[in-house]
Design a protein around this ligand. Sequence first.
Ligand code: MRU
Length: 363
Amino acid sequence: MKVDGQHYRTIWIDPEDPQTVCLIDQRQLPFHFSIEKVHSVPQMATAIRDMHVRGAGLIGAAAGYGIYLAAVSGSDLNQAAHVLIETRPTAVNLSWAVGRQLDAVKLRESADLIQITRETADIIANEDAAHCCQIGKHGVALIKALAQVKKGPVNILTHCNAGWLAFVDYGSATAPIYAAHDLGIPLHVWVDETRPRNQGAYLTAWELREHGVPHTLICDNTGGHLMQHGMVDLVITGTDRTSRSGDVANKIGTYLKALAAKDNNVPFYVALPSSSFDWNIRNGLKEIPIEMRNEREVKYIRGFSDGEIKEVLIADGRSSAANYAFDVTPARLITGLITERGICQANEESILQLYPEQRQNKL
Ligand code: MRU
């Protein structure tokens, strides 16, 4: 997508120094647009753990490039894989990408390690962008259909950031939005701020503004009220891991939006590339690990003041805080899944119709 008119992806190999991986440092947005240069596995692990990069697809791509950096420095790839997988537990794209790298190395044992891992990291990143682009092509039909039966813009609510910053390009939840906007379909996006890290406020709103998409930032608790008053036509979120039966783990607070959507007959869609399916689990609530993050993220808030990014305490520092980073929305609350292969219902049979090769994995 474009930043100040220039096309960027979220991660790429430095064309001037192929031993370096460049990434957009998301901790600085929306206040500064800055590129970080990563040279080693420990640096990449820190970038993922401390959320310089985040979002399911992007941390998968970052882990892929992390394995490439391990090969460049002659480090043990299995050890690097372990370090990278340990950084964040919920998004399945991370272990999926690392597994793909290790499989590629095993398959082509005699080939040059640096070359294989570089090729595979690029394939993972390119595929991520291509799949998100396809999600846009399929998902746009939903927005088009709503636009045909209503006067005025289609109002879409989204939670957290499942935008291009969370992937390599286009985003998952935002791909249909960008596609519809580019076709001239009138739409407007309600952006949940998404406490505690405020990915909606800092990242989604920034992305949408850069692309010229009309949007309004709202506090996390606002969505239910808007739905009760007919001000939301469609909810689209992303996911960090979806079970083969269609249970969806996504940023904390997604479940409450799905409940409110159900109560108000608002269609609730989840957009995901196949790399976010966990084919090895069925019961999302029991089987998806939920990341617990530092309580500091709840008690402090980041903002911009006197030309600097600062953190301020927003609670009694002596109180303890709990920071559950994700929740699971059961499949029964989800109207459909928008994937790179098309739209399906959130149930195992419908998902497997799109991904028949996964039928052989019987669990
Ligand atoms: O903790 P994050 O920012 O890495 O969480 C990921 C998310 O932004 C959301 O859960 C998103 O909706 C799914 S990732 C495409």
